[in-house]
Structures are given as C-alpha cells and as structure tokens.
Ligand binder design. Structure first.
Ligand code: ADP
Ligand code: MG
Length: 278
C-alpha cells in the first residue's frame, strides 16, 4: 500500500505505512444528497471514520439519522439520483464512483453487507448448500465436493441446528434467525476484509437475536474480518464492539471507545439516546 504523506526521514515513512496498512476501511468526508421538491435532502454530511483490521465498530443512531445511506454509499448501492461526494477506500483502494462492474467485484469479495431482511441476500430458487458452495467456489479453487464440505463447516460455525439437513433446504424452509445465519455463512465464504451488518437482528425475536450476534462474532473470529455493526438498539452493540460512532441528522456526532461514548458522551443528543441503555 502506498502513502501520500511526505517525509524525508525513512523511519518516519515506515511508521506511516504501517499505520495505513492496519486500516481496512477508510471513509472520508462522505456526503449524500437526494433531490426533493423542497431542494436537496442532505441525508449524510461529511462522515469520516476508519475501521482497523479485525476490529468491531458499532454505529448507532435513531431512525433516519443516515446509518443505512452511509453504508449503501460505501457499497455503491444507492439509487442513481443520489449525489455522493467524498471517499471510501478498502485496503487503500477507492470504491466511491466506481462503475457497476468494478464495484460488484469489490462487493462480496473485499466487503460484504448483511441487511435487516435476510431474504434480500438469498436466492429463493437455490438450496442453502448450493448458495454457500457457490460463494466458496468464487474464492477457492476447490472441487464442488470440497466446497459443499466447507459449506457444512460454515453452517456449523454459525450454529445452525441439523446443518447437514439444512444444506438441502431452500431459504423459505428456514426460520428468520436461521436465514440470517445462512447469510452470515455466505459472507464468510466470500472471505471479505470488511462485513457491514445493517440492523442484522432488528427483524428477529429477542431470543434469536443473541444467536445471530454470536454467529457474527464467530464469523469474525474465524475469518478475521472487521465488522461495522449498525443498529438503533444500543443493547445490541454494547457487548459486541470495542468502538462506537453515533449518528445524528446525517452527521457522525460521536466516535470513540464504547465506555467513553456510552458513559461520558460529549453531545447532549448522545446523552439522551444513551438514556435508553439497558
Ligand atoms: P437510518 O438507516 O439511520 O434509519 P437512512 O440512512 O435510511 O436512516 O436515511 C437517512 C435519510 O435519508 C432519511 O431522511 C431518509 O428518509 C432519507 N433517504 C434514504 N433513502 C432515500 C432515498 N432513496 N431517496 C430519498 N431519501 C432517502
Ligand atoms: Mg437504516
């Protein structure tokens, strides 16, 4: 990875390079506006953050604060009328402003996204085993049999009961929590450096939420992927992440270690939000 920092001292230069290598996702001054009858709607304003290798970062904020739009802009998934400025880079490579063909290579390879509704990510006409094996085959030169064996292993890692039987089932035959764990297994099969999970447990029963969070945690440990965990529910991030950012009105108004942001917030808004902490 190269660095644009100028320095005449060789040792300094090396230090800068090491620091940059540790960053898997860097978002800088990202802004998104949508056209509307009342003029442009500023959904995201100058959001910047970094995600380090293997780290888990939470992003919290009330509904409409810009959490999803920020992630969709990073993934190149916003509708064509959205105006995106600023930058986002994965392992030093710029991904904002790429063509559809270019960004589709990055998606599911370097960076995977998990949505609130697992059916968004699953194909209804293929079995669970087929879909995970396809993701394995996209990244590893192995036989179909070996890919299916890896699919079984991934289902075991995400803690699905009777994994052998699940391989042959279709998404609609599984419960919501199981489907979301299949989506996590597919994300792992893709061996991404970054997983962005946008409200991955919001649609699920409370009892199932813990299982899905555990599956995400194991996925992270198994693959070393860094995680951005987005939620409006502070209870979800509290036990899962080391650092947390708070979004409000399209801006990132807080960012820091969980204990600092949750228990000593700088912004009055964050204080109010955090009043709902369990
Ligand atoms: P969050 O995920 O934090 O709940 P979003 O990122 O989805 O919030 O939305 C941020 C703002 O952008 C909201 O005001 C929302 O109405 C607006 N918005 C999101 N998607 C679109 C879109 N496709 N067109 C116009 N406005 C949008
Ligand atoms: Mg959202």
């Amino acid at each position: 990875m190269n660095t644009t920092d100028h320095t005449s001292d060789e040792n300094d230069e090396r230090a800068v390079t090491v620091a940059h290598d540790d960053v898997v996702l860097e978002v800088r001054d990202l802004s998104v506006t949508f056209p509307s009858d009342d003029g442009p709607l500023h959904a995201v304003r100058d959001v910047s953050y970094v995600l380090r290798r293997g780290e888990a970062l939470g992003i919290v904020g009330e509904s409409g604060s810009g959490k999803s739009v920020t992630s969709m802009a990073i993934m190149g998934l916003l509708p064509a009328n959205a105006k995106v400025t600023g930058s986002a880079s994965v392992l030093g490579e710029e991904i904002v402003g790429l063509t559809d063909a270019q960004i589709s290579k990055v998606r599911g390879n370097r960076i995977a996204m998990i949505f609130q509704d697992p059916l968004t990510s699953l194909n209804p006409v293929y079995t669970v085993g087929y879909q995970i094996a396809e993701a394995v085959l996209a990244h590893r030169k192995v036989t179909k049999q070996a890919a299916m064996a890896r699919a079984l292993e991934l289902l075991e890692i995400v803690g699905i009961p009777s994994p052998q039987q699940r391989l042959k089932q279709y998404p609609h035959e599984l419960s919501g929590g199981m489907r979301q764990r299949v989506v996590i297994a597919i994300a792992m099969a893709n061996e991404p450096d970054v997983i962005i999970a946008d409200e991955p447990t919001t649609a699920l029963d409370v009892t199932v939420q813990a299982q899905v969070l555990e599956a995400l945690d194991r996925a992270r440990q198994e693959t070393g992927a860094a995680l951005v965990l987005i939620t409006h529910d502070l209870g979800v991030v509290a036990g899962q992440v080391e650092r947390v950012g708070v979004m409000y009105g399209g801006r990132m108004v807080e960012m820091g270690p969980v204990e600092e942001v949750f228990y000593r917030p700088r912004m009055p808004y964050a204080l109010g939000l955090l009043g709902s902490l369990p």
